[in-house]
Design a protein around this ligand. Structure first.
Ligand code: ATP
Length: 336
């Protein structure tokens, strides 16, 4: 299988890089859902054998086409999806998920819930009062809120209302930073974010990811899903997981993803944002991508009758073949 190939070729060079303490490691994570119909129940695989690791000081991006399983994986890693249909192991510092670990996790969801009539400062002050331990005094909690405001560069809008549909308030980027502030106020060791840049322009998105890098820079572990990053933003991530239909296509350094795919014969045919190339590949859209001739031949052979007008096979077919391709192809390539 493609994913095993990806990992077999990574195995040797990565083992030494995932041994530091406080590592978040996940091995062979699989998640199924049971879909109940009128007359029968159907089991559906949402994630298949996802393996990876991330250390303090790193930002791990979960990338993939819509519906590939990014949010599901994020929820699993963040301990928000504890079900019997989950298998594999997820550990932090070699320990399984626990109540103590839960208190060390910050989770920024895609749909933020903020009170529109509170100012930025009031929002973070209330978060500090509610979430910080009782042993801290009111003054200490308020100071923590002010520290977070400066940490996230929110000082200019600290007295502006959050706003909403009926009240004009802070900008989209500031709103996202308030949501991040709501979580980092408890000084979490692990910060999870679901699409923190969605709806932001590229400069604001870059600033948001820079904020995440700064948070990681002081020893935190940051795991975030990302939809379609600009190339500048893509290069800000330390590690990358590329998912396609719930399977793992790549895990490793974000900076090495393109080199890796070109080493197995998959390269962009035109100058392209690396994220765009990886998403096209994960989608099975080969319009501007070259793939190994063995793979293209196999696709053509099996599906000559459903070839598309541009001479390329349809994405769904490419995807199917990539995942179910003859393992000898991968083992040969994996030895490179
Ligand atoms: N409880 C569930 N029951 C049925 N299907 C589910 C369930 N949870 C997730 N799925 C399906 O699993 C797939 C992955 O969903 P997920 O939300 O993780 O994708 P995603 O990559 O985050 O997508 P997007 O980028 O659009 O947010 C989707 O096809 C979704 O419909």
């Amino acid at each position: 299988m493609f994913i095993y190939y990806v990992f077999s070729s990574f195995g040797q060079m990565r083992t030494c890089k995932v041994t530091s303490t406080k590592e978040r490691r996940f091995t062979d994570v699989t998640y199924k859902v049971i879909i109940k119909g009128m007359t029968s129940c159907e089991e559906r695989d949402i994630l298949n054998g996802i393996t990876g690791a991330v250390n303090p000081g790193e930002v791990l991006a979960l990338m993939g086409p819509s519906g590939s399983g990014k949010t599901t994986l994020l929820n699993l890693l963040g301990g928000r999806l504890i079900q019997s249909t989950v298998s594999g192991s997820i550990t932090y510092n070699d320990q399984p998920y626990s109540k103590f670990l839960k208190s060390r996790i910050g989770f920024v969801t895609q749909d933020d819930v903020l009170f529109p009539h509170l100012t930025v400062k009031e929002t973070l002050t209330y978060a500090a009062r509610l979430r910080l331990p009782k042993v801290l005094t009111r003054q200490q909690k308020e100071k923590r809120a002010v520290d977070v405001i400066y940490e996230l560069g929110l000082e200019r809008c600290q007295d502006t209302m959050i706003g909403g549909s009926f009240v004009r308030g802070v900008s989209g980027g500031e709103r996202k930073r308030v949501c991040i502030g709501n979580e980092i106020i408890i000084n979490p060791s692990l910060l999870f974010l679901d699409e923190p840049t969605s709806g932001l322009d590229s400069t604001t998105a870059l600033r948001t990811i820079q904020t995440l890098q700064d948070i990681a820079g002081v020893g935190k572990t940051v795991i975030t899903t990302i939809h379609q990053p600009s190339s500048r933003l893509f290069h800000k991530f330390d590690k990358l997981i590329l998912l396609g239909k719930g399977s793992l296509l790549y895990f490793g350094k974000a900076s090495e993803a393109i080199v890796y795919f070109s080493s197995i014969g998959c390269s962009p045919l035109i100058a392209m944002n690396p994220a765009e190339f990886l998403l096209d590949l994960a989608n099975g859209n080969l319009t501007d991508i070259s793939v190994p001739s063995e793979l293209e031949d196999k696709v053509q052979m099996e599906n000559s009758e459903i070839e598309t007008g541009n001479g390329k096979p349809p994405p769904a077919v490419v995807h199917e073949v990539m995942f179910n391709f003859d393992s000898s192809f991968y083992s040969t390539r994996g030895a490179l």
